[in-house]
Ligand binder design. Structure first.
Ligand SMILES: [Zn+2]
Length: 290
């Protein structure tokens, strides 16, 4: 059950509870971003991990885009997901290139004036919510977002370990939300029974749906698994998109590449994918302009 969200109902169907072992997904995204700063990677990993679980709350063609703006408003982390489980995320260039980040804690990186903005919905019908980050903690402030902005008692917890080489050793996340009419104490009761440090999470990648159900029954006798949905990295960039951007270079510049028989390389800052344009392709661009 790697990169699959397990969806369950507990406490007499009054709480929805989602889990994921997204180690492979978070590792891929951190690798694609290619930063050496551990704190930025942890902040990015936790944000994307939490947001990846939210894909299971979306329907049809809905998307959810989250932006965390740190107290220094130049520093941002983006993450988005769709009902199909496509996930991507990145830290913006100002944050990646910021100096003096080596000894900063996540709490200090977030600071006292940070905010979370989420845009949810489909193209036709969008909802934007913004909340502050009073806890200076990604998990607690993501939960706070739902409590404040959607009036839904929600608990989000992520747990990830990254080694010195910036490889993700494990990444787990859980999401719990009270369904309408459920008493509030159920959420704290749930947190006492299970969390992302529970041994169950470490087993998740190697076991099947029936075994997961059995394991979870040790925590909740009335648990019901209602589905499982995949999450995977996906960036919507394409070579065509970058080909269009070459138009912004002037003809003289393009000609230098052609004469020197040089390749133009252009990278997507979201997924890190590099697109190459050979002189023959650059020539076609010039012809189009004529
Ligand atoms: Zn891309």
């Amino acid at each position: 059950m790697k990169n699959k969200i397990i969806k369950a109902l507990v406490f007499d169907k009054q709480v929805r509870l989602y889990f994921v072992d997204n180690t492979a997904l978070i590792n891929e995204i951190i690798n694609l971003n290619g930063h050496n700063n551990r704190i930025i990677n942890v902040a990015l990993g936790k944000t994307v991990s939490g947001i990846s679980l939210l894909s299971a709350t979306l329907k049809g063609e809905q998307r959810l885009s989250a932006t965390i703006t740190m107290s220094n408003p130049k520093y941002k982390i983006f993450a988005d997901t769709s009902a199909h489980g496509n996930v991507r995320g990145y830290a913006n260039q100002s944050l990646v290139k910021a100096s003096g980040m080596e000894d900063v804690s996540i709490q200090n990186l977030i600071g006292q004036k940070a905010s979370i903005r989420m845009i949810t919905g489909s193209d036709m019908n969008q909802f934007t919510g913004i909340t502050d980050m009073p806890y200076q903690n990604i998990d607690k402030d993501l939960s706070h977002y739902f409590n404040q902005s959607e009036q839904l008692e929600t608990y989000i917890e992520t747990n990830l370990a990254i080694n010195k080489e910036n490889t993700v050793l494990y990444s787990y996340a859980m999401f719990a939300q009270l369904l309408p009419g459920a008493p509030r104490h159920l959420l704290s009761e749930m947190k006492e029974r299970i969390n992302t440090s529970s041994s169950f999470l470490a087993k998740l990648k190697g076991i099947d749906r029936i075994q997961i159900q059995e394991e979870l029954r040790n925590y909740f006798s009335d648990l019901e698994i209602i589905g499982q949905v995949p999450v995977q990295f996906s960036c919507r960039c394409s070579k065509e998109m970058f080909y269009g951007m070459l138009n912004s270079l002037d003809e003289k510049e393009l000609m230098t590449y052609i004469y020197a028989n040089k390749i133009i390389k252009s990278s997507c800052h979201i997924c890190g994918r590099t697109y190459q344009f050979y002189p023959t392709e650059i020539k076609t661009l010039l012809r189009k302009e004529e």
